[in-house]
Structure formats: structure tokens, C-alpha cells
Design a protein around this ligand. Sequence first.
Ligand code: ATP
Ligand code: MG
Length: 775
Amino acid sequence: MENYLSQLNEAQLAPTLQKDGPMIVIAGAGSGKTRVLTYRIAYLMSQGVDAFNILALTFTNKAAREMKGRIADIVGDSEAKNLWMGTFHSVFAKILRFEGHHLGFPSNFTIYDTQDSQKLLGSIIKEMNLDKDIYKTKQIYSRISSYKNSLITVKAYFKNPELIEADAMARRPRMGDIYAAYVDRCFKAGAMDFDDLLLRTNELLTRFPNVLAQYQNKFRYILVDEYQDTNHSQYLIVRALADRFQNICVVGDDAQSIYAFRGANINNILNFQKDYDDVKLYRLEQNYRSTKNIVGAANSVIEHNKTKLDKVVWTANEEGEKVKVNRSLTDGDEGRYVASTIWETKMNQHLHNSDFAVLYRTNAQSRAIEDALRKRDIPYRIYGGLSFYQRKEIKDVTAYLRLILNPSDEEALKRIINYPARGIGQTTVDKLVVAANNYGKTIFEVLQQLENIDISLNNGTKNKLKDFVTLIESYQVMNQNANAFDLAEHVTKSSGLIREFNKDGTPEGITRLENVEELLNGIKDFVEGQIEIADANGSLAEFLEDVALATDLDADKGDPNHVALMTIHLAKGLEFSHVFIVGLEEDLFPSGMSMNTRSELEEERRLFYVALTRAEKQAYLTYTLSRYRWGKLIDAEPSRFIEEIDDQFVDIITPLKEQNFNPMLDASIFGDIEPNKIRFAKPKTATIKRKDKNSKLENFVISTPKKMKPLAKSEDNTNLFDHKLTVGNIVRHQRFGKGEVLKIEGKGGDAKAEIKFEVGGSKKLLLRFAKLQIL
Ligand code: ATP
Ligand code: MG
């Protein structure tokens, strides 16, 4: 065992070496909270605590794996393996496998992912004949999710006039009924959604004192990372489990609480000292991650929040470069700035792609960055998109596996009953659902007992349904003896899935096949890898659980030398040498949807604090003057967060004196402009010389290309926007493609053309934006 304790400073040692009792470590970013948790676990083991008695809850499975790896380095692999470590969801899913039967769930219950849950809600809304534009599945889903995370069961909902009233006000009087139907259908399907994993664990621990006692006894030492982002449901689980021995250590940073919108409750950290007796409070102040400039910048921003705990963060690290702020004209320019800076910095400082991360507020912002990185051949990876396991073809295969294990799984069944096509139509499926509801049976039971069920289906259809049952049953028989890999391989071939994916021979089809192959490889790894572990048997159920809970951050496949692109929410706890925070504009970051109350704005500011503190050596902040959002070009103002940084830590590098031609000021807007003669006098006006030899320089306000207007009107600019377009012209539009001009109306800036596009039909376009190319 190496002398790992020497790698901690004194402040870090104190909580690490306190073996028993409740304790909380509150400290700023990069001060070693996660390191303390990790080393504390190793220390506990060195003091004779059995690994089986330690529970560590982390924010991502990736974090848990890294922590386990580090502990394995210290205490050895075989001991580290016995630790219970993972996210709340993965740890409690395991416990529910063992104990779910108390609540009426089979041990092989399915975990519905968001997609499954929303599909189920969609069918319920349809069956109840409700307006799907009012009852939007996504909104209903997040509403149900927030009930569950606040432990509001269906029963509690109906006893709460305020909730009922609120939903009625939101024009959703049937919300409670949908909630009830959803819970009922999940239960009948032997399925739990993500929130159930916490809700049902709470139910288990409250209703069954013996079970609670058993796990209290098992988890004598409990550690929680990122405690500031636990929700009410998670808080109660931890409190129940820790109640007996009170050996609970939580670490967190109130300034990094960024999940209030998903029910995280900052009070969990603020009230911790009230929840347990004799809580020891530790603070860490020294940041080891970042330069003085980054730490200083982050501190100066978070100062603007009123609600916060007093905290000091300082660093002995080098001064470093100042935080660089760059202004671009458009999101495309912003992408190019990011890509070229990465490219140059990499060359000049001999860095790797993986030293860089680009963080954004919303996923949609990644596209412009991706385009620019691709143009420069810089490898990148987007985290947090559709995870591998949510791809259609993968969900198709796993739906078969899910149904084999749990024939009650309604969503799996609906997905594959007619895929590949077996001539079983949607009407038939609808009838089956109705029959299942009427008879209080699962759909699969209805299928098995077709002859005894009152359902109007012709014999042909009945036979097809019977064939489907026979197929699934044959897989179930195979599952009793074969291992998960053999079964999965057999299923993909014999069900016709492989043939289906292969059918069109398109590149997409080939990719789908490759993905299925990758899935099979994964199952093989799983089967082989798990065999050594005593309490896991590499079963299909365990594999599917892993799949259901895998986040994109977990499956770190492919070349590790890539630039990481992700939302700030996902970046929590991570660190990178060079970090770009893009899209620092009002309405985007802070988000336009989070500026109504001080608390929302303060959460946005904490988010910015999280982003900035991911950087070790260099942080870049970028914003643009105009950006495409919701398909429209909109005006953008720099984010207030930039201004909130103390001047001494930032370096404004924006070169706006002379710019190359801005594609947004496309020549097609102005007719004959000589593109690279655009000069910027003031940041927001452009001096433009038109190609016409005799023309003078003209000033244009460019802050909003949409509202672009000449400052000094020249004689001939009335027809500035008319182009030379005439009816009958064949034109090309950037997005809509080729089309024919049917009609032109209006003059000058208001000139519009009606164009019939080959794809998408007729559209009326304002010429000054349309950027049409005459063919
Ligand atoms: P965050 O708030 O972002 O989650 P944290 O408080 O959990 O940060 P860590 O991730 O544990 O901080 O540590 C930040 C960085 O500093 C890591 O790279 C870690 O290895 C390093 N570090 C922490 N403590 C020390 C120390 N005593 N000596 C050297 N490096 C340290
Ligand atoms: Mg951490």
C-alpha cells in the first residue's frame, strides 16, 4: 500500500481520518472533496472496515468507476470490488432486485427509460381521448417525475387540493388520472421508471422495517459526493439508511447546486447539521485544480449571488493566463474561433485534443462547434446526446431481451410485436391493450389466452399473434440454459432483426448492423467479465439493468484523444486543461427561461461557476452578436456573467477593428457589396463599400442583421434588396433547396417572393433574408 495519506493536505486529512460519526465537508470547486471521499474509503478499509459495509454514492457511474479504480490502486483489486459504489439509481436498482418482491415487483423488473415512459404516457393520453397538444407527454412526464421526487404518490396527489388546483389551472384537470393510470400500467408491466427506483426504495424502507434494518446494518459507512444536488427522495433514503450508525460523510459545494430544476434541494446541505447529532463540519479552502486567474474569476462571479455560504477558495497554483473573452459575429464564427484556437494552442503548447473541452448551456449549440471542428479534422466527441443504448436498433434488440425476461413489459412488447413486420397492425395492438385493461391482465397474458378472451380478431390475425407468442416462449426456454450472449445472438438472427437492418444496404443500414454487433460484443464482455465476481452471475437481467442506467458519459468508447463537447450540467465534477464556455449571451446563458426570479438567476450563475471551475490552465468565454435560434437569426447581447468577472482576471481579445466578410451580411442581401471591404468603425456599425465603382462608403448598423438599416441613406439604396430577381427565375435557397419564383411583391427591405420549392412546396420569403442564389 502506497503512502496515500501524504497526498492530502492537513485540512483534507482531518475528514479523511475521522472514522466515525456524521460529518459534512463544504468546500469550493477543485478543493479535493472527491479526493477526500476516495481516500477516506481506503482509510476506512485500512482500519478494518469491511468493504461490504461501505456504500458510496456518486453523481455518475463514471465517477464511481474512477473512484473504485483509485481505491483499488491503494487497497488492491479484490477488496475494492466488494465496495457498493455507484449512482443512487444504480445502487438502489440492485437493492430492488433483491427486495422488490415485498412491493409486488418481480426480481427481473424492467427499467423504463425516458423514451419508454413517454411512449406509455402517450398511449394513456390517447386511450383517455385527451388533447395531446394540451397534455404534452414531455410535460406530463416531468410533472410526474417531480411528484415522485417529492414523494407525492397518486394517493397523496388526490388528497392535495393545491396540486389538483394547479393542474386544473394549467388546463390539465385529468393530470391525476393520468398519473394513476401510468403508475398502474408500470406496475402491471413489472416496470419501474427512473424516479421509481428512488420512490420505491423509500417505500420499501418505510414499509418494511426489517428490510431497513438489514440495510442499515449492511451499510455502516455511507459517503455521498455532490450532496448539494440530492433531491428529497434521495435525501430520505440516505437519512433512513444512516440513521442507525450515523456514520455518514457527505461532501458538497452549495455554489455548485445546479439541479434545482430537477428537484435537487439545496436545503439538504444547509440543514445537514440539524439532521444528525454532533455533526463535524469541515471546510477545504485550497484549490488544486486551477490557476490564480481562473479561481479569482470564479470567485468574483459567485460573489454576486445573495444566497450562499461564506467560503474561501484560494490557490497556490501559478498565476496563469487571464480568462480570454472573445466576441464573434455569428455562431458559425464562434465555432471557427473555437476550432482555430484549439488547433493553434495544441500546436504551440504541444497539447492533446483531450486537453480541451467545449461547454455549452444547451445541446443545440453543439452543431456550429462540430461543423468547425470537423472542417479542421479535430476529433471530438459529444457527450450527453442519445446514448448508444437509446439508438433505435439497440432498443429493438433489447426490447426482445426485455420481453424474454419480463413478458409483462408492455413497452417492449409493443415495440416488437410487429417488428420485423409480421402483419400485426396498430388496430390489433389497440384491441389487445383494451382487452388487457378490461381483463386486468398483461398484454402477453392476453396473447397466451386469446381463445378465452372476448376480442374481435379474425383467425388470420390470431394465428400471427400465436406465432409471436411461440417465438418469445421459445426464447424463454433457451434463456434457462444459454448464457446472455448466446441468447442475444440467436434472437437477433432468428427474429429477423438482422435481416431487417441489412435489408436496404444503405450506409445507415450498415451502421445499424455495426451497432448491433457492438451490442453483442458488449454482452459478451459482460458475460465474461462478470464470471469472476461472486455475487453477480453475468445474467441477462444484470446486463439490461446496466443498459437502462447507462449514461452517455459512461460508455467512453473509441479514441480517447478527442475534444469533449458537453453541456455544463454534465461537466460537473470533471476537469480539463483548457475549457471553452460558448454562447455567453443574455437569454441563452443565463437562459431566457430562468430569469424570472432571483433564485433561478442565481442557479444560472452557479452553473457558470461550475463551468469556469472545470478549467485547469485556461478558460475561454465566447459570445456572438447574432445567432440562429429556433430557425431565426436573433440579436444577441453579451451575458451579464462576463461583466460580473472582476476586470483583473479577464482579457478581452475580440478583434473587431477589421473583419473579414461576414457571411450573414451576404452579398445577396446587399446586391453588389464588395465583401471584404466591410470595416467596423464602432463595434456595432459597419462601413460597407459596394462594388459599384461610384458608390460611397456607407454605414450600416450591424448589431441585428435582421434589422439592418443604413445610417446614411444613399440615393440608390431603395432597390438595395430587390436583387435582379424576376418571376420564373430558378433559385437555390440555403435550406429549402431549389425552387421557382412564382411572384414578387413589395419593395426595398419589404420585398418578398413566393417560391415553389421542389421539396416542401410554396413559401413566401423576405428577400432581404432569403439569400437566394439565382441559377
Ligand atoms: P469539484 O467541486 O469540482 O467536484 P473537488 O472538490 O471534488 O472538485 P477534486 O476533484 O477532488 O476536487 O480535486 C481537484 C483536483 O485537485 C484533482 O485533480 C485532484 O487530484 C487535485 N488535488 C486535490 N487535492 C490535492 C492535493 N492535496 N495535492 C495535489 N493535488 C490535489
Ligand atoms: Mg468533486
